[in-house]
Design a protein around this ligand. Structure first.
Ligand SMILES: [Mg+2]
Length: 370
């Protein structure tokens, strides 16, 4: 049998709150709540996220902002800080973190703005102690260079690595060795398995199942009568460490797209087309950087007044050839643009992505024929 892969899940701790704290120089011990305007406790929106100091008061994501205010009022009634949050800051911090992580992995996958999976099997030469040391080094580097704290989980597949990164949060590292699996699951609440939500947990509670090992001892066949076969088979694989360890930029990415909003609505279609083609070239450049090719071209046109249309065309095999998609986009635009309207936004999306095994031959001629 092959050696198990060594998969790392890196998850930044209270990411948005940490970035804001760093940016504004806030005191970490003061509750910080990011979300809609609390309007002195009368606000009707929700909490987007908060720092650990606020979590200590039971404040959570998606809680009513008025409830957060009741628990931790802001000025002048209390010292909690309420802010709206700024997407740009988060993306910039995220890019810096990913830049530190990526070179340490043979396969790398950014799963969200503050999470990534790394397959480091080759880098650490199958050595689980070296894996621990590498994560410690990355954790320190992220703190030193960017000032953010991150948690790491190390295990033989994705889902276990993700569970492991939660164990010692914040600023934690936790490793599950392949032969430690039954011990790890013993007495652990079923809700700790990503993918088991409230509804599923309630259903299992009704049968007296609260921990992962209880669920497993129930047996796949009995369990499938409660939960259905698919879930029972899946959770059995989770318990036995047989779920996927494949790390690929595609898993978290269904398409690559970019768009451009004009500073004023355009009626010069030549200018719009030139813009579109430069967007296509940039999209194809990112596709090549990530190492993927696509089978679907989609052009998005938004007219004055927000009327939006997308026009798509797929090709028989996936490709990353820039000229193929430039030509497709050009045709999609020419055939569909409504020339009696001004254009507000133009965009392009490459979809039906795949990682190419071998380079496909150019398809340009096939497209020209139609
Ligand atoms: Mg996080």
């Amino acid at each position: 049998m092959d050696n198990p892969r060594i998969i790392v899940h890196c998850d930044l701790d209270a990411f948005y709150a940490a970035v804001e704290t760093l940016h504004h120089g806030f005191d970490e011990s003061i509750p910080l709540i990011i979300g809609s305007d609390p309007e002195n406790g009368r606000g009707r929106g929700i909490v987007s996220t908060c720092n650990y100091a606020a979590r200590a008061y039971g404040i959570r994501s998606a809680m009513a902002i008025s409830e957060a205010w009741r628990r931790c009022p802001g000025q002048p009634y209390g010292n909690a800080i309420y802010i709206r949050g700024s997407r740009g800051l988060y993306s910039r911090a995220s890019r810096k973190v990913m830049k530190i992580l990526k070179p340490s992995a043979q396969f790398f996958e950014q799963a969200s703005i503050d999470e990534a999976y790394l397959d480091i099997t080759e880098q650490v030469e199958n050595n689980w102690d070296s894996a621990l040391a590498l994560c410690r080094k990355l954790q320190e580097e992220i703190m030193q260079v960017i000032g953010l704290s991150a948690s790491f989980g190390i295990a033989s597949n994705r889902i276990l690595a993700k569970m492991a990164s939660e164990v010692n949060k914040p600023n934690g590292i936790f490793r599950i060795l392949p032969d430690e699996l039954p011990d790890f699951f013993e007495g652990r609440n079923i809700r700790e398995v990503p993918g088991i939500g409230k509804k599923r947990a309630t259903q299992l509670h009704e049968w007296g199942i609260t921990t992962i090992d209880e669920m497993y001892t129930y047996g796949e066949i009995s369990l499938s009568r409660i939960t259905g076969e698919r879930f029972a088979a899946w959770i059995t694989r989770v318990y036995e460490g047989r779920t996927s360890s494949e790390i690929s930029p595609l898993r978290s990415r269904k398409s690559i797209g970019k768009e451009h909003t004009f500073d004023y609505d355009r009626e010069n279609y030549q200018v719009v087309l030139e813009n579109l083609l430069s967007i296509v070239r940039r999209v194809m450049k990112s596709a090549r950087e990530v190492g993927v090719s696509g089978r679907l071209a989609e052009v998005k046109i938004r007219y004055t007044g927000f009327e939006t249309h997308t026009h798509g065309r797929s090709i028989p095999v996936t490709m990353d050839d820039e000229e193929v998609f430039v030509s497709l986009a050009e045709k999609l635009f020419a055939n569909n643009v409504q020339t009696n309207k001004k254009i507000r936004l133009i965009g392009f999306r490459l979809g039906h992505l795949d990682t190419p095994k071998t380079k496909q031959t150019r398809l340009l001629s096939i497209i020209e024929e139609e």
